[in-house]
Design a protein around this ligand. Structure first.
Ligand SMILES: NC(=O)c1ccc[n+]([C@@H]2O[C@H](COP(=O)([O-])OP(=O)(O)OC[C@H]3O[C@@H](n4cnc5c(N)ncnc54)[C@H](OP(=O)(O)O)[C@@H]3O)[C@@H](O)[C@H]2O)c1
Length: 341
């Protein structure tokens, strides 16, 4: 099937690399003509796009595990959309698919680069949150990288964020007896306990996190899921019990740094406490998607896993949403709902 009319759409481009915190004028919204899909390709109208802290790293022209965004080109990122034209027999028009060409109204993709998602299991946006890389990150962290065992005390930083909310609930399900989270501000810290099943919510803005964590876990912590790095990682090393397991997932406190950052000053205690500190890249755990989605979709459906989203409307608001997630403007998954261009 081919499209008969030429579509125009909008895309968000990076026009200047930030030094420190990004600014809105470093992005541009541009109208473009959408190409026709070729053989083996699909044309997708994006409905939702994911806004993720790692995108900040791609704005720098620096070596990384993932190439930098190109200046003058559209940004990229997780998205869910509807196939509106298909030239591949495996992907029918009308299918809802996830893929990595967000930041634009329409995307032309090779069929192997899209995944058909089951919208009878969960709404499309869930595939960017609990059923997407967000949820998979929490699952891989707490079952493979720093496995939670029955009776553990678990600490999660950026706990009111996308990964954090899933991680706290999953830690409990895996048998943790105490789940401690940190978040920015008294409201978020309170919601960790009232809405998301944490036992204690620490407010990172109230004061240093180390004393707060020591008070919340006088006997120490067994598992730490680190979304933040810096002061939080140092506090967790101090609080760790012998044999503590750390999943190093992110270091958002350092993403806008303009100077080289120092490592945790107490890292040397990792040897005497026999800690395991292990990094995680979610891409390495994509084979776990089927087992994760099967479980998590059931929990979402029966209400035992609670998702939360902060939704911003309109592609033109996507840069502000990215600045927002880096500042803690979100609770749960930061998403942009796209409108037709
Ligand atoms: N390794 C991987 O494959 C992988 C995959 C997904 C995500 N990640 C990482 O996991 C972390 C969470 O990602 P997410 O998508 O779930 O984002 P998120 O937690 O929904 O959003 C980021 C949160 O970080 C907190 N934050 C911002 N600046 C901070 C600071 N200086 N100190 C402490 N907290 C700060 C803010 O919450 P508060 O203001 O409430 O603290 C903000 O809401 C990020 O570091 C991300 O890069 C890694």
């Amino acid at each position: 099937m081919t499209t008969t009319t030429r579509l125009t759409g909008r895309e968000v481009r990076l026009v200047e690399r930030p030094h420190g915190e990004p600014r809105l004028d470093q992005f541009a919204l541009v109208h473009t003509e959408v190409p026709e899909p070729g053989d083996g390709q699909v044309l997708v109208r994006n409905l939702w796009m994911s806004v993720d802290p790692y995108m900040r790293g791609r704005m720098d022209d620096a070596p990384s595990y993932i190439p930098p965004f190109r200046l003058g080109a559209a940004l990229e990122g997780g998205a869910v959309g509807e196939v509106i034209a298909s030239r591949d027999p495996a992907i029918p028009a009308g299918a809802t698919v996830s893929h990595f060409l967000g930041w634009r109204d329409y995307a032309v993709l090779n069929a192997p680069d899209v995944t058909v998602v089951d919208t009878t299991l969960a709404p499309p946006a869930a595939y960017l949150g609990a059923l997407g890389t967000t949820g998979l990150t929490a699952y891989a962290a707490l079952t493979r990288v720093a496995p939670v065992r029955r009776g553990d005390t678990v600490f999660v930083s950026a706990a009111a964020g996308a990964v954090g909310i899933v991680a706290g609930q999953l830690a409990r399900r895996l048998g943790a007896v105490k789940v401690i989270g940190s978040a920015g501000g008294p409201d978020k810290a309170a919601r960790l306990v009232t809405d998301f099943g944490f036992d204690v919510g620490l407010d990172r803005r109230k004061g240093p996190i180390g004393p707060q964590l020591a008070q919340a876990a006088p006997g120490g912590i067994d598992v730490y899921l680190d979304n933040v790095g810096g002061d939080h990682l140092e506090a967790a090393i101090d609080a760790a019990r012998i044999g503590g397991r750390f999943a190093l997932v992110g270091a958002i406190s350092q993403y806008n740094a303009t100077e080289p950052v120092h490592g945790p000053r107490n890292l040397y205690t990792a040897y005497s406490k026999e800690l395991t500190l292990r990094g995680l890249l979610v891409n390495s755990y994509f084979p776990l998607f089927p087992e994760w989605i099967e479980q998590a979709a059931g929990w979402l459906a029966d209400g035992s896993l609670r998702e939360e989203q902060t939704v911003v409307s309109g592609l033109e608001q996507a840069p502000a949403a990215l600045l927002g997630v880096l500042r803690g403007a979100n609770i749960g998954k930061m998403l942009v709902r796209l409108e037709e261009g």
